[in-house]
Design a protein around this ligand. Structure first.
Ligand code: PRP
Ligand code: URA
Length: 217
């Protein structure tokens, strides 16, 4: 059974509050997404396997460690793009595989538009990166794609989740560990007046993570 890990780190909590703020513009928003992603990925990779190695220092020989598993970073386009660069800097030998999905505005179902995974898996651990886990449709679809590819160990790193999305991802893929900065309250319902926000947005959330990063709101 996969686990839900909600970070308690003060730096993440502080940065998340800045990220949520309507006052935060695209440049600062991108910086915060990058920084929070690094901190969450640090926590999410705490169980990677190591082997012992011998290192020659300028003084003598020392025992050291080397990662034994190949990691794949899988950003979900578009909003996951902002999370990948910083995490990649922390683990430069990782492979990056992009999955393109968007949520259909009417049905809220994910629509796949990009996927160039090779025929056979090339990594042992897949870390999916997407700031928002709302209905969970995009997360479930991405894990489906990775499992069809043959991925065995999958982790999902998001910044904010809604309870509905978490429930769905856990129900459909109970073996996937989920790492988060926050679990929010609910998803916006079907609008009943023109002033209402569109359906399926996380509350309190941060709005549209893709639009806020790329300045397309
Ligand atoms: C957002 C977000 C997730 C998805 C979450 O992407 O980045 O991928 O919505 O919603 P779900 O849990 O209900 O599937 P969006 O579809 O807006 O695409 P974008 O990143 O290209 O703007
Ligand atoms: N996608 C977003 O970017 N924000 C939400 O609140 C829900 C889905």
């Amino acid at each position: 059974m996969g686990n839900i890990y909600q970070s308690n780190h003060p730096l993440i909590k502080h940065k998340l509050s800045l990220l949520r703020s309507v006052e935060t513009g695209p440049k600062k928003f991108r910086e915060l997404i990058r920084e929070i992603a690094i901190l969450l990925a640090y926590e999410a990779t705490a169980d990677l396997s190591l082997k012992e190695i011998l290192v020659t220092t300028p003084m003598t020989e020392a025992s050291g460690h080397q990662l034994t598993e190949k990691v794949g970073l899988i950003p979900i386009l578009r909003a996951g793009l902002g999370m990948v660069e910083g995490v990649w800097e922390m683990m430069p030998t990782a492979e990056v595989w992009h999955i393109g999905l968007y949520r259909d505005h009417k049905t809220l179902q994910p629509v796949e538009y990009y996927n160039k995974l090779p025929v056979h898996p090339t990594v042992q651990v897949c870390v999916i990166l997407d700031p928002m886990l709302a209905t969970g449709g995009s997360a479930v679809a991405t894990v489906d794609i990775l499992k069809r590819w043959g991925a065995k160990r999958i982790k999902f790193v998001a910044i904010i989740a809604a309870p509905a999305g978490l429930d769905l991802l856990q129900k459909v893929h109970p073996d996937v560990d989920i790492h988060l900065a926050a679990i929010d309250d609910y998803l916006t319902p079907v609008p009943t007046s023109p002033d209402d926000p569109p359906e399926g947005y996380i509350v309190p959330g941060l709005g549209d993570a893709g639009d806020r990063q790329f300045g397309t709101a």
